[in-house]
Design a protein around this ligand. Structure first.
Ligand SMILES: [Zn+2]
Length: 346
């Protein structure tokens, strides 16, 4: 995720008595090593050695949820391909990609990764579904079109629409002009718009026993957190117990697996509890983008088993951190406490 390295870099800058802006602006590597983007928008020369410390440690990448039927990626920074190569995850296994927001360190790896997947994929591989804020479709189209990239697989981009500008510190919930690139890429299947429901939550997608929800996070641009919710998995059926009761393998096995009671040849009733193991409790994974306020996701994040949350700056820089739409470790602990308290209360 690269957030801890940001933290270390800030400490280094503090030693030099400078108040940094953690926002990295695009530029050539030379510029990025020798210059720094200051809060007032002016660029000033910075100690290249200090900047190199920041630059060398930084590795904007991604989070991947590995599943038997395909892997799901969350965000795709420019370091994602390098990290994937170091891991046991093959790019061709990706079936869904979720982007939290359109800042480059969460997105710039997507066009390149798409091309890599295209180089290695089978002809009949399933399409890739990509989810994210409005503007994501245009970004990918422009990148692929200008680089004349054909992918060899089909993809669709499903965009999350938000009508509340109060989550977005800049006040813009999406790019102003979406019309300049309305031509579909040859490998693109048109995605669907996803709107919030009455509880201000987005039901993003559902596959087998997993449902993905999203909620808005306060940041400089429209940003979402994703919650992957697993349904409870029933316990395993013990066929030896059913055989003992005189039930041969067949349709009655399916019936009891579906939670229904059945009647044995001796007339007695067999309930699922008697012949099935304990159900596996549902699990929940919460993966958030950059934010200075993640409170809107609390309701659906409650009882989470795993939470991925940034902590960009130290607590003593809290004021600046919130200005830039980021969190400190203290903000993160506040959220985690509320989730854990909820877990123990329930
Ligand atoms: Zn950001």
């Amino acid at each position: 995720m690269g957030t801890l390295t940001d933290h270390e870099a800030v400490k280094t800058f503090k030693l030099h008595g400078k108040k940094p802006n953690p926002c990295i602006t695009a530029g050539t590597p030379t510029l990025m090593k020798t210059r720094y983007h200051w809060r007032n928008g002016a660029r000033k020369t910075c100690d290249p050695i200090v900047w190199r410390t920041y630059w060398d440690l930084r590795g904007a990448s991604c989070t991947v949820l590995k599943r038997e039927s395909g892997c799901w990626m969350f965000d795709c920074g420019e370091g994602s391909q390098i990290q994937l190569k170091k891991s046991c995850i093959k790019p061709g296994k990706l079936t869904k990609i979720f982007i939290t927001h359109l800042h480059g360190d969460h997105l710039f790896g997507l066009p390149g990764l798409s091309c890599t997947i295209g180089l290695n994929c089978a002809e009949n591989r399933p399409p890739i579904e990509i989810f994210g804020p409005v503007g994501l479709r245009k970004y990918l189209r422009v990148c692929l079109e200008l680089s004349q990239s054909l992918l060899g697989f089909s993809y669709s981009v499903h965009e999350l629409y938000c009508s509340h500008s109060d989550f977005c510190q800049s006040g813009n919930t999406g790019p102003l002009d979406l019309s300049t690139t309305d031509r579909q890429h040859p490998n693109e299947t048109l995605g669907r718009p996803i709107f919030e429901n009455k509880d201000c939550l987005w039901q993003v997608c559902q596959e087998s026993n997993l449902t993905v929800f999203a909620a808005p996070l306060k940041h400089r641009t429209m940003c979402f957190g994703y919650v992957v919710q697993e349904k409870q998995i029933p316990g395993k059926l013990d066929p030896s117990l059913l055989k003992q009761k005189g039930i041969p393998p067949g349709p009655l096995y399916s019936k009891i697996k579906d939670g229904e009671s059945i009647i044995a040849p001796d007339g007695s009733q067999i309930t699922p509890n008697e012949v099935m193991g304990l159900p596996r409790q549902e699990r929940k994974i919460v993966i958030l983008g950059d934010t200075c306020d993640s409170s809107k996701i609390k309701t659906i994040a409650a009882d989470a088993d795993v939470v991925v949350h940034e902590a960009t700056l130290a607590d003593e820089l809290k004021e600046a951190c919130i200005d830039y739409g980021h969190s400190t470790p203290g903000n993160l602990i506040e959220l985690l406490k509320s989730l854990i308290i909820h877990k123990f209360d329930s």
